[in-house]
Write a protein that binds this ligand. Structure first.
Ligand code: NAD
Length: 476
């Protein structure tokens, strides 16, 4: 299939921007209508999307796709509809003395930027393309989307359905290999939101810098779990197992590694294992359990485990149904616990992005905090425990994009919270009011009264006593 080159992409962008400028200002009802069309598209075709995602992955449960890609996107759309009026309302701001007394006024208007570029990854291909789109629409923009090449069927369906529901002036989906994504990231968008790996994010930011395009980078990283000494291990184990096994660990926010009290390591691993047994009595013959997306990704995970084993780690496979994984091409992998991981192991260097869970131990929780702080700032951080002091010690001394306490991943599900990373795990955020702001320009509007403020305040030449008085009072 022929994919668009840069000139063709540029034509699409010009078309959107010209229409956007010609129709300014568009009413909030136009935005509402676009969001409602997105809700209709997701409701009507959620089933087809879930089937396409399963075909792309090899297997991905229909229910999981509905719960992770379709329903949350509809929820975010409804949240946008509910909050649009208040987000879009201009903010009255203060004018300082003496201009305020003389009748000057100031406000901030949140105005659309124009055309937003959205580059999405394969792991939640629908949610991570359409969620930013919804907030770009809420803020009054047009958008171009480049979904991942790894989920071809889903991307193609997305393209067809967007063509049915929207004009090319409103939204287009561009499919193709990384070369298309590269050309896409070099376009002079009014804002570019990228979701993907830190390595690609770096390239995207470089390409965007050529045109001074502002970016939001939603990246990955190694999100740690800290189990406090007084945590409910049974509950924590089940929740960690659920978060690590969902989408077979292919989640930017998946708990990457776990830090547990040294004397409770066996109990913690047992609790995670129990959680896996309860949710997945079998893995191979179980549609609830997702496959690893491609052979290449599968091989990378096997290599991580082999490297850890070769370097002295104790490797434990949680295989509830005692199935034979050696003779299958289903790309399914049991949860693999890595005990005694060391920093020279690959599994402790890069984001794992699969069902492999290193377990580190601490004598005092400060060791876990210091370890986290010695490494890249993670996207998510998870603390389990009911000790408020310890919780604040962990939260107060670390930095991460977001936090879930007594569970993993869940902070992303709260529509009203900003979602984003910090440092190498990302720049900027969306979801929440922050998402609306990300895709808006905060335009300062100052209105001068009729009276001669500059003259009265001594601001205009020839400078004299009035200017001296104003300067004196301002320096007070
Ligand atoms: P990736 O970086 O390989 O690809 C992401 C997108 O970038 C794809 O659409 C791809 O076509 C495009 N791309 C590839 N090369 C490019 C280039 N040179 N210039 C511009 N675009 C290019 O990531 P992936 O493997 O699809 O996704 C996994 C990664 O995404 C993980 O690191 C994960 O943590 C991260 N992620 C982050 C979030 C988040 O919200 N923070 C969510 C999901 C995934």
């Amino acid at each position: 299939m022929a994919h668009p080159d840069r000139d063709e992409l540029m034509t699409m962008l010009d078309r959107q921007r010209n229409d956007f400028m010609a129709k300014r200002p568009e009413s909030l009802n136009v935005r509402r209508d676009r969001i409602k069309r997105m809700i209709g598209l997701m409701k009507d075709h959620g089933d087809a999307f879930s089937k396409a995602m399963s075909a792309d992955f090899g297997n991905r449960s229909w229910e999981q796709s509905m719960l992770t890609d379709i329903a949350p996107t509809i929820s975010l759309a409804k949240y946008c509809l509910k909050n649009l009026d208040s987000w879009a309302k201009p903010d009255k701001r203060k004018v300082q003395f003496p201009l305020n007394l003389l009748g000057a006024k100031a406000e901030v208007r949140y105005e659309p930027l124009g055309v937003i570029g959205i580059i999405a990854p394969w792991n939640f291909p629908v949610g991570l393309a359409f969620s930013p789109l919804l907030q770009a629409f809420a803020a009054g923009n047009r958008a171009m989307i480049k979904p991942s090449e790894f989920t071809e069927k889903t991307s193609q369906l997305m393209k067809e359905l967007v063509e049915e529901a929207f004009t090319p002036e409103e939204c287009v989906v561009v499919t193709g290999p990384p070369e298309v994504a590269q050309a896409f990231s070099s376009l002079p968008f009014d804002h570019l939101l990228f979701t993907g790996s830190t390595a690609t994010g770096r390239k995207v930011m470089q390409a965007a810098a050529e045109n001074l395009v502002p970016v939001t980078l939603e990246l990955g990283g190694k999100s740690p779990v800290v189990l406090g000494r007084e945590a409910d291990f049974k509950r924590a184990g089940e929740r960690i197992a659920m978060g690590k096994m969902m989408n077979a660990g292919q989640i930017c926010l998946a708990p990457d590694y776990m830090y547990v009290p040294e004397d409770k390591e066996v109990e913690a691993i047992g609790a995670v294992s129990d959680g896996v047994h309860a949710m997945y009595p079998k893995l191979l013959e179980n549609d609830d359990y997702t496959s690893v997306v491609t052979d290449k990704h599968f091989d990378r995970l096997q290599t991580l485990v082999k490297d850890a084993r070769d370097k002295g780690a104790d490797v434990i496979e949680i295989n509830p149904g005692d199935e034979d994984f050696s003779n299958t091409n289903a790309r399914k992998m049991p949860l693999t616990i890595i005990r005694n991981p060391t920093d020279d192991m690959e599994v402790m260097q890069d984001e794992i992005f699969g069902p492999v869970l290193p377990v580190k131990t601490y004598k005092a929780v400060d060791e876990a905090i210091d370890y986290i702080n010695d490494h890249d700032r993670p996207l998510g951080l998870y603390y389990f425990g009911d000790n408020g002091e310890e919780q604040e010690q962990v939260l107060g001394r670390t930095i991460s994009g977001g936090v879930t306490v007594n569970d993993v991943i869940f902070h992303v599900s709260a529509d009203d919270l900003p979602f984003g990373g910090v440092g190498p795990s990302g720049i900027g955020s969306y979801h929440g009011p922050e998402g609306f702001r990300t895709f808006s320009h905060a335009r300062a509007v100052y209105t001068q009264p009729k009276i001669d403020i500059a003259g009265m305040a001594g601001l205009k030449p020839p400078y004299g006593d009035k200017a001296a008085k104003t300067i004196k009072s301002m320096l007070k």
